[in-house]
Design a binder for this molecule. Structure first.
Ligand SMILES: Cc1cc2nc3c(=O)[nH]c(=O)nc-3n(C[C@H](O)[C@H](O)[C@H](O)COP(=O)(O)OP(=O)(O)OC[C@H]3O[C@@H](n4cnc5c(N)ncnc54)[C@H](O)[C@@H]3O)c2cc1C
Length: 496
């Protein structure tokens, strides 16, 4: 193998595994279990309705606020909290098309990481000069997030378990070993586990090695409980959270922006924050910045004591394997297994629509891959299965911008690692609006945009070709072909 090739493939497999995230396609043909919980829930986390928020805006309503925030996911709600932390007198309204946490924030794996750069390896690649600052801010951000949930009584099943990356291909073992030293140079402590040790932690015949990252850089949460808790705290501070209020238009006017919501309601705001993530197609200028990529997950029935004992996993770490097309998996508070990842689907025209949340062929593939990893759980069923759109940028990190003469600020593009980073991004948005002298507004991650995606039909062609090449690399001991190496050199990627 060419030396550069080896290094690049090593970096990417470790990068994937340490973010969250196997599966050479030798499927075990278990029957796909039928959902048993009645009408499809948006996700396992959203199986119960949340507490009511403020009434939707009605036709003819005309309100005035200081700051209107579009989208009630983590980005929108953390922004409302950051703004009211700094200036409690602000009149802030959050406008949400559906319900709190309806988007990615209520559908994700609940892996909440310190990294602001989509993992250390991606940070080394894109922001080597800023990495010490970003690592420090990321760790502080995670600790502040934990402290905030405790201070405000947000019960979100938070667990500090550490994470375990798993090699399911022999070539990944040496890459894991090498990464321990490289990560240490950047202050990240990892412990290498050989095959026996990895299998002793979590009982599966697939593992060839593991990399354990002790608690301190990540937590597991129930993301919907966290998001709903943020909505509660925001409302206690006087922030209005209007669900079922879809914004259709922003229009510049003297002294601010007129926000038009469906059915003709308007809000006049001095400033607007757009926090609509992979659903941001409604604002045309954001289109080139991201591609919405569908990621899917399953949640099993609760394990019986015998099933639970059969898999080890005593330390309940968040787990991921190390391929480009990776799986992430974890235990829920009631000892179900959440198993997600692998497929990353982009639809022509970057379409996002409710009917794309269900994808039977992906669910079938995920189940088959699950039983390859855990054959002892044969017969386990997966009553919850869903998908959600991830806001992928070409460098996998959140991007910020301002438009309409500085009256509209946006933050999106976490590329599958936004549970923790969204809190940091909300602080950056607050700084743009209220503390323009803050040093972090000068960071390149904040003020330089990623390379844009091309328009259709080139967009879909590019995404599909890259996906195909990533799959090929996974089947070819991680070796990246010419196309991927060229894109790597240009700093462009596609991931979820
Ligand atoms: C299946 C899946 C698994 C993931 N796993 C992880 C993980 O384990 N760890 C991790 O860190 N990240 C993960 N992510 C990514 C993470 O969930 C996101 O980065 C994060 O939730 C983004 O939050 P957000 O508030 O920016 O966006 P969202 O939560 O998507 O919120 C956007 C909101 O805007 C609303 N909206 C859209 N358009 C309008 C409009 N016109 N008017 C009003 N409201 C509108 C939507 O209804 C939505 O509620 C995952 C994502 C998915 C989909």
């Amino acid at each position: 193998m060419h030396a550069d090739e080896s290094r690049e493939s090593g970096q990417s497999s470790v990068r994937n595994a340490l973010r969250r995230a196997v599966g050479a396609p030798t499927w075990h043909h278990a029957p796909v279990s039928a959902p048993t919980h009645g009408p499809a829930a948006v996700s396992y986390w959203l199986r119960e309705p949340g507490p009511p928020a403020d009434p939707p805006l009605a036709p003819g309503d005309d309100r005035e606020v200081d700051i209107a925030i579009v989208g009630a996911g983590f980005t929108g709600l953390w922004t409302a909290i950051a703004l009211t932390d700094t200036d409690p007198s602000l009149r802030v309204a959050v406008l949400e098309a559906e319900t709190v946490a309806f988007g990615a924030s209520g559908r994700n794996g609940g892996f909440c990481e310190a990294s602001l750069t989509h993992g250390l390896a991606n940070g080394i690649k894109h922001f080597p000069d800023e990495l010490p600052v970003l690592e420090r801010e990321g760790i502080e951000n995670l600790q502040n997030l934990i402290d905030f949930t405790r201070a405000h009584g947000i019960d979100c099943d938070l667990e500090e378990t550490g994470t375990l990356a798993l090699a399911d291909q022999p070539y990944q073992v040496e890459e894991f070993r090498a990464w321990v030293d490289e990560a240490a140079e950047h202050g990240e402590h990892l412990e290498f586990l050989d095959a026996d040790a990895a299998r002793a932690e979590v009982h599966s015949p697939l593992w060839h090695a593991g990399l354990y990252r002790p608690p301190g850089r990540d937590i597991l949460v129930d993301p919907a409980k966290l998001c709903r808790g943020l909505a509660r705290v925001a409302r206690e501070r006087g922030v209005r959270v209007h669900e079922h209020t879809r914004v259709t238009q922003l229009e510049r006017r003297a002294g601010g922006v007129t926000v038009t919501a469906v059915a003709g309601a308007t809000i006049r705001a001095a400033q607007v924050v757009v926090a609509t993530s992979a659903y941001s197609g409604w604002l045309r200028r954001l289109g080139p910045l991201f591609v919405p990529v569908y990621d899917y997950a399953l949640v099993s029935q609760p394990l019986t004591p015998a099933q639970r004992a059969s898999i080890g996993w005593a330390r309940r770490q968040g787990l991921a394997d190390a391929n480009n097309q990776f799986h992430y998996f974890r235990l829920t508070a009631d000892d179900r297994i959440l198993w997600g990842g692998y497929d990353a689907i982009h639809h022509f025209g970057s379409r996002v629509a409710p009917e794309l949340d269900q994808r039977p062929q992906t669910f079938e593939r995920l189940e088959a891959q699950f039983f390859r990893a855990f054959p002892q759980l044969d017969g386990l069923t997966f009553p919850y299965r869903w998908g959600g759109a991830i806001d992928t940028t070409s460098r996998f990190t959140v991007t910020f911008g301002r438009t309409m003469g500085g009256r509209v600020t946006y933050a999106l593009g976490y590329t599958g690692l936004g549970v923790g980073a969204s809190r940091w991004a909300a602080g950056v948005v607050r700084d743009f609006l209220l503390r323009p002298d803050e040093d972090r507004l000068r960071l390149r991650i904040v003020n330089s945009p990623p390379i844009p995606f091309p328009p259709e039909p080139l967009r879909s062609l590019t995404v599909e070709t890259v996906r195909h090449e990533l799959d090929r690399a996974d089947r070819n001991e991680g070796r990246r072909g010419m196309l991927l190496r060229t894109l790597d050199a240009l700093g462009i990627g596609f991931d979820s």
